[in-house]
Design a binder for this molecule. Structure first.
Ligand SMILES: Nc1ncnc2c1ncn2[C@@H]1O[C@H](COP(=O)(O)OP(=O)(O)OP(=O)(O)O)[C@@H](O)[C@H]1O
Length: 592
């Protein structure tokens, strides 16, 4: 039998560069913006003004957004050509002197992690597809999607064929060596980013964090010279964050690796190895310089450096001031819930009861099954039905609930929902929040506050309709720009309600989707990575509202927060937050 030549089917590879990027031979600056303003294309008003940003090859910069990510988006947009720099950087080097004559489109890459914006326009992207049996069209594996030219481990019988082809001159020796180097670079990245076991899984089956790690590997393999990683730590578990930061530090020292600039939110810790910061304030002012100069109070000898080297999810002993909450009736009761895909058991007989008035932090590494577990509760996971005997929701077996009725009782925010939410041109902030009453995506009803529970229109002027309209204003008063915008007089809550949802900054969109989750006062609120893209003031406003006494949650409601960052949980031990950990398919209650 003739073995096919595996190399013949491989696409042509870009030439391997032998020059070092991170320490450019010439020592020319990586970025040169001597003093310019940055505009959105077509806008007369600069988003950022008087930007002075000169990045040298031996420096490690972080771009920190303190403004709901709009300024960070603009600065990265200037570097990737989606925003205008005026006056333009002077010749001969232009914006990227170190590239000399090389094409920035080829050599400057950006990967954005907080929001992927999968759906723009009317389209609704069905994120629940990943929970089911994998469909034919979704069979593409991670390797085929992201790394198509990377071979599986060679079959022993294929090796003679390789040699034979090389001898026959089908592949030059130099070509083979280049391919080997590329393969070992891929093996190194896949190993370090813990992707090796995931390479042959269908792409749709990967968890958020797993996909993000794969995107980082892919970005490096594309062989850029300048790589902009915007919020690369978002959605990564503590171990993966530590691994990524160590990898970035190691690559800084290696020749022929790209110069990396990372984007962070104001509240994110700065990696220890960062030397310089561009801090973008609300209003478009950019402070640039050594991190000690930009954050003088943080870097005095008395204060410890803010470090992004995270400790693993701490399992600190229960605080003596831990407050036992007075619980209500069980809203969710799992009595041995299991989810498996063929031989892969993602959840193995999980037992967990969530009562009214409880506040939970659901933890677990990337891929531990957190999203899967929540999808069972929302009914989006098809195995939610088969688990009906073991899963009671709101005092009935799961099978007795029609899924749309569950969506009315469960308010949620998740990265999948953020990406899937349709951004229709005429959809206002009011409309988007109002869809929370039905838990759907299409604004319904005369006042755009949804339909009655039986699917009929609300009676005009009825108590229910009035309550819903009052709720819309209430969540806006507590979570709208009056609570987080630097100039709440120019962007009032009322004006914000009329703005098009699609035109908001990522942080503002996250805020609106949080309002949507809470507006119907649902019995159960699921907040999965709810804070992505939000600036510090937004997160603080959300936490204020969600804490006891803030008004956002009542004693009749339960709330489950999924986050890889302890600081993002609105409640402390003193507030009686409980923790549930998923690990190896098993669920363990940690507190109390
Ligand atoms: N259709 C499928 N076939 C096989 N495995 C699947 C399928 N869908 C999900 N998985 C696996 O289930 C596991 C759980 O994924 P899930 O998204 O629930 O993790 P997670 O805890 O939410 O992770 P993250 O923190 O990264 O969001 C993953 O390891 C994933 O590969």
């Amino acid at each position: 039998m003739q073995w096919p030549n595996p190399l013949k089917r491989l696409p042509r590879l870009p030439p391997i560069r032998l020059l070092s990027n991170n320490v450019s031979g010439s020592g020319l600056p990586v970025i040169n913006i001597p003093k310019s303003s940055i505009y959105e294309l077509g806008s007369q008003e600069p988003t950022l003004h008087d930007v002075f940003l000169i990045v040298h090859p031996n420096e490690s910069w972080a771009v920190v957004g303190a403004d709901g990510a709009a300024g960070k988006t603009a600065l990265f947009g200037a570097l990737t050509g989606t925003h205008r720099v005026t006056p333009p950087a002077p010749p001969p080097g232009g914006l990227f002197p170190f590239l000399e004559d090389a094409d920035p489109h080829r050599y400057v890459h950006m990967v954005r992690f907080a929001h992927r914006g999968t759906s723009s326009g009317d389209e609704f992207y069905d994120f629940t597809a990943r929970y089911g049996a994998v469909r034919e069209g979704d069979r593409q594996t991670l390797r085929e999607t992201f790394f198509p030219d990377m071979a599986r481990p060679a079959h022993p019988l294929a090796i003679p064929a390789l040699h034979e082809n090389a001898k026959m001159g089908l592949e030059t020796e130099e070509g083979l060596r280049a391919r080997e180097r590329r393969q070992s670079w891929f093996d190194f990245l896949a190993g370090r980013l813990r992707l090796t076991n995931l390479l042959d899984l269908p792409m749709v089956a990967l968890s958020n964090g797993q996909t993000r790690r794969a995107r980082i590997a892919k970005a490096f393999l594309e062989d850029p010279r300048l790589l902009l990683l915007d919020e690369p730590l978002t959605g990564l578990d503590a171990k993966s964050r530590a691994i990524l930061l160590a990898l970035l530090e190691e690559l800084k020292k290696k020749p022929a690796t790209p110069h990396v600039i990372i984007g962070l939110r104001e509240q994110d810790p700065l990696p220890d190895w960062t030397t310089h910061v561009a801090l973008i304030e609300d209003g478009g002012k950019v402070h640039t310089g050594r991190k000690e100069d930009v954050y003088p109070t943080l870097f005095t000898p008395a204060a410890p450096l803010v470090s992004a080297s995270p400790s693993p999810d701490s399992l600190a002993p229960q605080s003596p001031s831990y407050k036992e909450r007075t619980k209500g009736t069980p809203l969710v009761d799992m009595a041995g819930v299991t989810v498996e895909y063929g031989p892969r058991k993602v959840l193995a007989s999980v037992r967990w009861t969530v009562h009214a008035n409880s506040r939970w932090h659901l933890i677990g590494e990337n891929g531990a099954g957190k999203t899967t577990l929540l999808a069972l509760l929302t009914g989006e996971h098809p195995q939610s039905y088969t688990q009906s005997d073991n899963l009671r929701l709101f005092d009935r077996p799961r099978g007795e609930w029609a899924t749309p009725l569950l969506h009315r009782r469960i308010g949620r925010v998740s990265p999948e929902l953020f990406n899937a939410y349709p951004r229709r041109a005429n959809l206002t902030v009011w409309d988007a929040i109002g869809t929370g009453f039905d838990g759907g995506f299409v604004p319904m009803g005369v006042k755009r506050v949804g339909m009655a529970e039986d699917g009929t229109p609300l009676v005009g002027g009825s108590q229910e309709e009035e309550w819903r309209v009052a709720r819309m204003h209430e969540v806006m008063r507590n979570l709208g720009p009056s609570q987080w915008h630097t100039h709440p007089d120019t962007l009032t809550d009322e004006r914000f309600l009329r703005k098009p949802f699609a035109g908001l900054s990522p942080g503002e969109q996250s805020m609106v989707l949080l309002m949507r989750a809470l507006v119907g006062a649902p019995s159960l609120v699921l907040l999965d990575e709810a804070w992505a893209g939000m600036d510090k003031a937004m997160v603080q406003a959300a936490h204020r509202y969600l804490r006891d006494g803030g008004g956002g949650l009542t004693e009749d409601q339960a709330c489950i927060v999924v986050s890889h960052w302890e600081e993002e949980v609105p409640w402390s031990h003193e507030d009686g937050v409980e923790r549930f950990r998923l690990d190896g398919g098993e669920g363990t209650q940690i507190f109390p």
